[in-house]
Design a protein around this ligand. Structure first.
Ligand code: PLP
Length: 396
């Protein structure tokens, strides 16, 4: 029988997604329920968004209370939740000032603009080049897309920003060969989330940090996917022993209420002055109330402390799977952002898992990503792993 939501969706919504034939109606904890009442264990979390899963009581309460007070107010004025969230982000990141927008791509655009303004004002008018990494993902707006190092997303859109150079990830000599007096910024993800769960090499990153310091190049970490506790610290760089000049955030901070932004060192942030950048919804009181709940659960109520342990639990289980199934050739990632590389395209695995009530998402063609809600328990991780084993058993 035809599903009317899917039929109307295909008719009325532009088909930018190859959607699976699933209509979700409600969620609770780490489980989603479709319109037939079938229950799914969610290892996707809205693609690293729903840190607190679904129907989280303190989240619902805070947002409901804020809605009753005030839904939106312009950035012509101040609102308390945005200032309080900015203060928390500064405190827990070790950086100095925040700019709020609404999504990951906009956060990347903000970082791009801030670094360009900084370089033009403090270095030279010709200092406008940005170096980005192959296999990276930074979003779909034209600036962020220009940084994104995956040709498939560029089709029919070339030329993109002509001031972007792309180099292989973790390839120091290649990077050095592209740095000139025109280099304004270098941008990278500490773990490439969409490009196959590829972690940065720490010695490489240390050298990049040193080069940026020596040549006054802005070092941007795109932590839209790795940030907000996902890898076991608020930002992934907090495990790497160095600090970026600008970090982006989005996805997890709002637990599903759209929010994004950047945090920067004051040396850079002070270059955003009235009129240089803006966003109508940026710092909206509902979104920033959502962010406050997520950060408070993570940083003040112990959620962050549990993530490394749960991440190790997941990692061990995935390594055991690698030892058992020949088609699994690698396990990569950190905390609750892990991936397995398999020798065959991942579509069949994802589809069979769905049949058995487990939601999984690929990262590229041969990697399956595990990005469950951060509130997941070890028992719920085991439940998902058991389903995955069943699936791999059938495919083997
Ligand atoms: N940057 C990174 C590292 C991402 O993973 C993503 C989305 O997956 C983005 C930017 C773009 O975020 P959004 O889809 O919210 O624009």
């Amino acid at each position: 029988m035809e599903n009317i939501t899917i039929a109307n969706g295909n008719k009325y919504i532009m088909s930018t997604y190859a959607r699976l034939p699933l209509v979700f109606e409600k969620g609770e904890g780490v489980y989603l329920y479709d319109d037939q009442g079938k229950k799914y264990l969610d290892f996707v979390a809205g693609i690293a968004v729903n840190c607190l899963g679904y129907a989280y009581p303190s989240f619902i309460q805070a947002i409901t209370e804020q809605l009753q007070k005030m839904n939106h107010v312009s950035n012509l004025y101040w609102n308390k939740p945005s200032v309080e969230l900015a203060e928390m982000l500064v405190k827990y990141s070790g950086l100095d000032q925040v700019f709020f927008c609404n999504s990951g791509a906009e956060a990347v655009e903000s970082a791009l603009k801030l670094s360009r303004i900084y370089s033009e004002k403090n270095k030279s008018k010709d200092c406008y080049e940005i170096i980005a990494m192959n296999k990276s993902f930074h979003g779909r707006t034209m600036g962020a897309l220009s940084l994104t190092g995956q040709q498939k997303y560029h089709e029919n859109l070339v030329p993109l920003l002509p001031t972007v150079k792309r180099v292989d990830f973790n390839a120091l000599e290649q990077l050095k060969s592209q740095i000139t007096d025109k280099t304004s910024a270098i941008i990278l993800e500490p773990i490439q989330g969409e490009g196959g769960i590829n972690p940065v090499d720490i010695p490489y990153l240390e050298t990049v940090r040193k080069i940026c310091d020596e040549q006054d190049i802005v070092l941007i970490f795109d932590e839209v996917q790795t940030g907000i506790g996902r890898t076991g610290t608020l930002f992934a760089y907090q495990q790497l022993g160095l600090v970026p000049d600008i970090v982006t955030f989005a996805k997890g901070l709002g637990n599903g209420i759209p929010i994004g932004g950047i945090i920067a060192k004051e040396k850079f942030s002070k270059e955003f002055t009235p009129g240089t950048h803006a966003s109508t919804f940026g710092g909206n009181p509902i979104a920033t109330t959502a962010g406050k709940v997520v950060l408070s659960e993570l940083m003040e109520k112990g959620l962050l402390d549990s993530i490394q342990e749960k991440g190790e639990h997941l990692r061990k289980a995935l390594e055991e799977i690698q030892n058992t199934f020949d088609i699994v050739v690698d396990v990569r990632g950190k905390g609750l952002l892990q991936g397995i590389e398999v020798t065959l395209p991942v579509g069949e695995i994802v589809n069979k898992a769905i049949e058995k009530g487990l939601l999984l998402v690929p990262s590229g063609t041969h990697v399956i990503r595990f990005i469950p809600p951060l509130i997941i328990t070890k028992e719920e991780i085991d439940e998902g792993i058991a389903i995955l084993k069943d699936v791999l058993q059938e495919i083997k």
